[in-house]
Design a protein around this ligand. Sequence first.
Ligand code: UDP
Length: 247
Amino acid sequence: MSRVERTSVLGVPVDRVDFDGAVAHVEALLDSGMKRQCVLAMNPEKVMRLKGDPALFEFVSGAALLIPDGYGVVLAAKILGLPSLTLVTGVDLMVRLARLAESRGFGVFLFGGTEEANRGAAESLARTMPALKISGRRNGYFDQGKEHEVVALINQCRPDMLFVALGSPRQEAWMRRFLPQLDVGICQGVGGTFDVLGGVARRAPKAVQRLRLEWLYRLLADPSRAKRQAALPRFAAEVLRERLRTL
Ligand code: UDP
């Protein structure tokens, strides 16, 4: 079994992997026959949230893979003199995992997003990866109390990989509650990825991504994110405080 090295940023765990390492780790997990292995994304917002939510912290800490999905986390590791981290974005990892699924014959299930985004994401994957086995899909809107129907649908489809796109922290809370009942190999929390894959939302242009300003692009495109992104200056302040403490 491949292993990944785990470090921690402000007391919150995160893995030292790159894309190849992350894909290899997932492949090894699936080949070993292990079930219900979580792949979750770490970014400054989540680090701040987990510090104030012990139950979620415990669940997240038990994940098989915690990818450094926000540049803020990578930069914080640098500033704090921690072992270096590589940016592994959740959206790009999902596409890489879908390619793995296509080449190895693993089935995938897409859960979450609006019906338009969900269908669009499935169509886009099917177009670019014609041999991909899409075991099933379901949008992320359902009445409270109907969760067991979603769980039953996923289990009927028996996917090896389940991608959950309900946004954070909703998707982590959903996984924490329902993963024990799910017959899946791995489960990746992918946030707003189906919106991007399905063509409902546009990702920042490559130049903006290279400048590490994707968060700013998302904020300008959707100002309602401002409340969530208020965690960013708090995160930066904590990193600086920690740095000064260790001078
Ligand atoms: N969403 C959903 N069900 C809900 C609420 C949200 O499926 O009850 C989806 C929504 O359609 C969107 C995603 O969750 O596709 C949230 O995207 P966001 O960009 O906020 O997530 P992040 O990547 O920032 O966690």
